[in-house]
Design a binder for this molecule. Structure first.
Ligand code: ADP
Length: 600
């Protein structure tokens, strides 16, 4: 429990960054507000005491009125200050927390982020942050004021009569175990609830992203049902929470309130026995409610706090994920655009290596094609070179520099990664190409687009370079998206290019354009490509056949064919498949063009 609370407080502290100070001041103001609120109560006790001892003079009445007014003024003044500070700190603090969390995510190994999914990250940045925000400007200050006032009053009661003060506290102590149980129960369920919420968000995002596929397969009903399933899980857990927590919460409040009859009984007993006089009885009767009312408020607001604590735990867990270690040595430079993997072992799960003692040498300005069966580890090799993951043993070097010794900026400048599934951002085509280089000029954007065989299709669009592309590039065709992404890579002009070639077949016109664009991109650069096209493989300076996480054959096309081993077999299969595809597609294509009347 202790670690649990320190964990959430630590996370809040870490998230609020430079706005912590204002936040702490707001909590201090909250305690001062409680102190000020205690002044009229203490004054009342003092007046009762004066009446009891028959020493209440007109002057003292005036003093009492002054104190009550000052207490009220202090209460409102500190209350205003506390609220203002809490709101400002929360407003800025949550902004900093969102940015800080995103920055942290950026420094995580890319693979880790992908594994968490979009639903998880978006839930964390929206509903989790909202829960923390409400807690920071409402729940936590309330907790501070609602617990400090009873503590002050209890301290005051101790000075009047010690046994009686403890009698008042008995019910609070008795209610504690139940309060702790509900807190723990709720905390656990709240974490579960957060995860279910993230899952539902993920499903919703996927549903919207895949809406075209859903419609074309007429599966809207089934997918919606899949999303509803996630919502049902959330409803069920909320239901379970309500069924258990409402009675438990009421019972906690009930036990605390039992303190009132208990206090009356104790007062009656000690008054009858002559240990307490009427004045003391009156004092306790006045004060007992001032102790219980704020505590009942704390019990009632527990839900809000638990939700925020669960949210903080989820956010804290992300912040606890180790970022990729920063470079350990001083300034390192890349002396030549070569790539070298030296006895590399790597597993997504360290116990199960998918790359096993792999070595590969890619000289500057040459092209290496990685071929091999699916699941052999080809894409993983690219991920390791780009340092999306770190190797378990061995090393990856660009020139003579280990990638782990390079800053993210150096790595970014040295490499361009072009993925199979091209991702374009929401924005115009121009913005998407310019993403490759900060401060790119109009001319350089256009030149890159020309080289990538994209200029003519872009200018043919009614809005040209200002054409908006939907999220993920949804408004462009597959071949067009690829060419825009190649233009982006050409503009970036990094010396080393990592390419995951698309497996999907394009129509002949797009295919030719994409090939030409690739040819421009790889010219004069060091290229490592996970190759699927026969033309790419044939033109490579070196082909590495990857199987079971190792390079099993290496050489040029002719050399490897002459070996008549794995590559030769792979090549024969590919040729068969492609000739099969050509044979199949030709008649289908011509029948399509015949029926639609549009020429290919
Ligand atoms: P290839 O590109 O040759 O098809 P990959 O490099 O994609 O092969 O995959 C190599 C192995 O690693 C496969 O067994 C695959 O299932 C596994 N793998 C790939 N990506 C991940 C990942 N993010 N998490 C866990 N396992 C993965």
């Amino acid at each position: 429990m202790t670690t649990y609370y320190t964990g959430t407080v630590r996370t809040l502290w870490r998230l609020f960054g430079p706005h912590r100070q204002a936040f702490v001041f707001s909590l201090i103001a909250q305690i001062l507000m409680s102190l000020a609120a205690a002044v009229p109560v203490v004054t009342l006790v003092w007046v009762i005491d004066r009446i009891r001892t028959e020493t209440l003079t007109g002057e003292r009445v005036g003093l009492a009125i002054g104190l009550v007014l000052a207490g009220a003024a202090g209460q409102y003044g500190f209350g205003y200050l506390s609220n203002r500070l809490a709101w400002t700190a929360t407003f800025y603090g949550i902004g900093a927390a969102r940015t800080g969390t995103l920055q942290h995510i950026q420094r995580l190994p890319l693979g880790t982020v992908r594994e968490r999914g979009a639903g998880d990250v978006s839930t964390m940045l929206t509903s989790d942050m909202e829960a923390v925000s409400t807690y920071a400007h409402h729940g936590l200050p309330l907790w501070f004021s609602a617990t400090s006032l009873p503590v002050f009053i209890f301290a005051g009661l101790l000075t009047v009569d010690v046994p009686m003060a403890f009698a008042v506290a008995v019910s609070v102590v008795a209610a504690l175990p139940l309060y702790r149980w509900t807190s723990r129960y709720f905390a656990r369920r709240a974490v579960e609830r957060g995860e279910l919420l993230a899952a539902a968000n993920g499903r919703m995002i996927e549903y919207v992203r895949g809406i075209a596929v859903v419609r074309s397969f007429d599966r809207a009903g089934a997918r919606l049902e899949w999303f509803h399933g996630a919502l049902r899980d959330i409803r069920d857990i909320n239901d379970r929470l309500a069924v258990r927590l409402v009675p438990a919460g009421l019972a906690t409040m009930g036990i605390v309130q039992l303190g009132i009859p208990l206090t009356i009984a104790a007062l009656g007993y000690w008054y009858a026995g002559g240990r307490l006089d009427a004045g003391a009885v009156l004092i306790f009767l006045v004060l007992v409610l001032r102790i219980y009312t704020p505590l009942l408020q704390v019990a009632a607001s527990g839900e809000e706090s638990r939700l925020a604590e669960a949210a903080l735990r989820r956010i804290g867990a992300i912040h606890d994920l180790p970022t990729q270690p920063a470079p350990t040595v001083g300034k390192t430079t890349i002396d030549a655009p070569s790539v070298r993997l030296d006895d590399v072992t790597f597993g997504y799960d360290p116990g199960q290596p998918v790359i096993k003692g792999l070595s590969l040498d890619v000289p500057p300005k040459t092209m290496t094609a990685l071929v091999g069966p699916s699941g052999a580890g080809k894409s993983t090799i690219l991920s390791l070179i780009a340092r999306f993951w770190d190797v378990n043993t061995g090393s990856v070097r660009l020139g003579d520099a280990d990638v782990r010794d390079l800053t993210p900026e150096q790595l970014f400048d040295a490499l361009t990664v072009v993925f199979q599934d091209v991702y374009l951002f929401q924005g115009t085509i121009r913005e998407n190409i310019a993403f490759g280089r900060e401060g790119a000029t109009e001319e350089s954007i256009e030149a890159a687009a020309r080289q990538a065989q994209a200029h003519s299709f872009i200018t043919a669009l009614p809005q040209g370079y200002d054409t908006p592309v939907g999220e993920g590039g949804a408004t462009l065709s597959g071949g067009e998206r690829q060419r825009v992404s190649i233009a982006r890579a050409i503009l970036k002009d990094a010396p080393i290019v990592l390419l995951d070639e698309a497996t999907s077949a394009l129509d002949p016109i797009n295919e030719r354009a994409v090939q030409q664009a690739f040819a421009e991109l790889v010219r004069n650069r060091t290229v490592i490509v996970v190759a699927h096209r026969l033309s790419t493989i044939r033109s490579a300076d070196q082909i590495a056949v990857v199987d079971g996480g190792r390079v099993v054959e290496r050489g040029r096309h002719e050399e490897l064919l002459a070996l008549n081993e794995r590559y030769a077999r792979l090549w024969a299969e590919r040729e068969k498949a492609s000739s099969w595809r050509l044979a199949r597609t030709s008649p289908v294509k011509s029948s399509v063009s015949n029926s639609s009347g549009s020429p290919e």
